[in-house]
Design a protein around this ligand. Sequence first.
Ligand code: AMP
Length: 575
Amino acid sequence: MIIGIDLGTTNSLVSYFKDGKPTLIPNALGSVLTPSVVSVDNDGKILVGQPAKDRLISHPTATASTFKRFMGSQKIYTLTAGKHTQKFSPEELSALILKSLKQDAIAHLGQEVSDVVITVPAYFNDHQRESTKTSATLAGLNVVRLINEPTAASMAYGLHEYDSDDERKFLVLDLGGGTFDVTLLELFAGVMEVKASAGDNLLGGEDFTEVIIKDFIRHHENQGTPSHFWQAHHAMLYDESERAKRMLSDHDTAQIHLSIDNKVYDYTLNSDDFEELCQPLFAKITAPIEQAVRDAELKVRDLDAIVLVGGSTRMPLFKKMIAKLLGRFPTATLNPDEAIAIGASIQAGLIAEDNALDELVLTDVSPYSLGVETSIQVNEHERRAGIFSPIIERNTIIPTSRVENFSPVHNDQTEVRFGIYQGEARLVKDNILLGELTVKVPKEYQGKATQLSIDVRFSYDVNGLLEVDIDAGGKQHNLTIENGAKRLTEKELQASKDKLSALKIHPRDTIESRALIARAERLYSQRLGHDREEIGRLLAWFENVLDGQDSEKIRHSQVKFGEFLDNIENRDDWR
Ligand code: AMP
């Protein structure tokens, strides 16, 4: 069985394809959404998912979230709880999410699983894709395919429609927590063809939440609270701003009400003002849509449907903005939380040659251009370096392999260095450096290096990973890219694996209790006075029941404690 995983910025999901249909797998708490959050508790044990998410508020320094944004970077998260301090890379934190999803799949399917299709943002570069594979390795999973998230979402949509013999063109807009992806997909007689894909991997729902946070801080700064005051209360403010943002998806106004050190900080925002504040983000949304439609050599009027995916497309202001931009309302909406994971399992079914999918063919494209640094002759005596020379242009159907020929520029050159870049800018300094390759000029060309012909071949596989081969004067160079992604050595990989295996992770059967405790602690930190006393008292009672280890009593208390917390949480007595 190959499972499909949507490793999301905010939530992650796992699914599988069986009996002709995709199915989502629930976690230990019965939800198909597992928050992509990791926390260390005071005993040094690891919590993943909902209980960790609750600890973002009550124990911010012990908890990490949105680490997907830093995959492939050098960032290190230091999580501190009580006497315990643990350091993690974004790859290790993602591995803990993957491990947890793997456990859920094993529990649900009743069999061991190791093969997996994982979705990544189309705009993930080579480093970030390699990092995702590293995370899977650390979690004991074997990646059979990395698939672009918007392509996965498109497959989920296409599967509904694929019996149709009419040619259909869809524009899929996926605005998630941290990324915006645009895909133009054509569907005809079972063939799903990605025509173009574009996006912005630094734009997502988080930026809309940030707009509210900034406005809240500005508002209170005008009332005399310095902006740095909020640094210490950021998690709380973030949570409330996120809530307000979601509220504005269904209501005209939203309020924030924070009580800190016996002082109350109120704030109200209406949807028109929110829309106004979000104007700078709209400009960022337009660019990739225009690019995808242009790259596919189509016009907006040629599209049969505009499909929305990703939690942030729930915002009415997003739909309004799209309608204004494209002259029509989005025609279809997929369950924004589930579409990508469903697509991942369809891809898993395709790889496993599931009979139900035997007439389905999918082709994808490379979402960005890849090339090398070259120089150009600007006049008789002068060359200008730093020019980007694309070898594979964006939106080329993958897998693909292209070769370009280069020669050294000076006869006395003894080596040629190739900087490998990803991006669309004319100058390499404005693109992303993926790594470098250096080729020695062979002896027979010494002193006449310019006569040397160097073939540089770029192969881009179905996972969106790049391989570079160089042929210099008949000598093959099977070089590995240097200074590129922080690729772990076997030794480092093993050390990281050992570190993760040594971690004490709360077992699945205790998650429900852990989640209740984390939720109670969050509410404790958010409330004051009588509520706080009551939460503290019941929390102590519940912990006492857990210590008793009487499973019948524990189950009963879980229900009671859960109801008590629901009651506290849903009480709307401050408005
Ligand atoms: P995803 O990565 O698709 O799970 O998207 C998560 C993003 O969707 C987060 O930034 C959420 O804040 C956002 N989101 C989820 N539900 C809503 C909603 N009702 N209104 C506005 N944004 C939402």
